[in-house]
Ligand binder design. Structure first.
Ligand code: NDP
Length: 249
């Protein structure tokens, strides 16, 4: 039987980038996936079509997960469609990079709302149905190595990603007795729209401090998420696991 047969997974920001590859891998292993998107409707529909072509089950649901009501509606639509929710992957994220001296309030709020408040919003909506069903659950929050070590020009992003780690550990303690695990995944460098802003020179330079000497491939995040989402990871909770080629060790 497939690793995730019978499971229902919601992945936020899954129309493109890392989220999309996570959704595809979860579906490949038998989960029914809800592909949340905010603006990328065409990409999300394409992701759904690609999963269905391979025999998987997927639905695209639009929601700005930074907005409390829209996040609640995302989880409600999932429950209306698939009756339960077993796996929540909080992946949606953004950047507004600039030094603190030039960072404005809007840049701070957008990053904190999109990256951190969204995690609160979606967990708040998903935990109660998981607890009521008494079948356990999996929550996987996508943080970043920047949340562990900081980065000049990313005080907002680093704060949001470090916030996710504190949130993850706290919620893991709250819901552990219900067999709901809550873990964080901290990626290093992966080629997506988020990292496109880096110059070719800086991308090359970054490899100097990656022990494995290369950027990661998107499926290398997805494989870890699929494992954490599975029954095989039932005894792992409250952890931050880096997928970073050894940048932080
Ligand atoms: P992308 O920019 O490629 O994708 C970002 C995703 O987030 C898109 O699917 C976007 O959806 C979604 N999103 C943004 N805002 C919202 C919102 N308000 N509501 C719903 N969805 C939203 O970035 P990545 O794939 O690289 O990033 C995915 C996650 O991985 C992020 O949390 C990021 O911080 C993290 N990460 C990435 C690293 C990397 O090297 N790429 C390294 C470390 C962490 P839409 O297009 O529909 O708006």
């Amino acid at each position: 039987m497939s690793l995730l047969a019978g499971k229902v997974a919601v992945i936020t920001g899954a129309g493109r980038g890392i989220g999309r590859v996570i959704a595809e891998d979860l579906a490949l292993h038998g989960a029914k996936v809800v592909i949340n998107y905010h603006a990328s409707a065409a990409a999300a529909e394409e992701a759904v079509a690609s999963i269905r072509e391979k025999g998987g089950e997927a639905t695209a649901v639009q929601a700005n997960v930074a907005n409390f009501e829209e996040a609640q509606a995302l989880i409600k639509t999932t429950l209306d469609t698939y009756e339960h929710i077993d796996i929540l992957v909080n992946n949606a994220g953004t950047t507004r990079d600039t030094l603190l001296m030039t960072m404005n309030e809007e840049q701070w709020d957008t990053v904190l709302d999109t990256n951190l408040k969204s995690v609160f919003n979606c967990c708040k909506a998903a935990v109660r149905p998981m607890v009521r069903r008494k079948q356990g659950g999996r929550i996987i929050n996508i943080s970043s190595v920047v949340g562990l070590v900081g980065q000049a020009g990313q005080a907002n992003y680093a704060a949001s990603k470090a916030g996710i780690i504190g949130f993850t550990k706290s919620l893991a303690k709250e819901v552990g007795s219900r067999q709901i695990t809550v873990n964080a995944v901290a990626p290093g460098f992966f080629s997506t729209a988020l990292t496109e802003v880096l110059s070719a020179e800086n991308k090359e330079k970054s490899k100097e401090f990656i022990p494995l000497g290369r950027w990661g491939e998107l499926p290398e995040v997805a494989y870890l998420v699929t494992f954490l989402a599975s029954d095989k990871a039932a005894y792992i909770t409250g952890q931050v696991i880096n997928v970073d080629g050894g940048i932080v060790m």
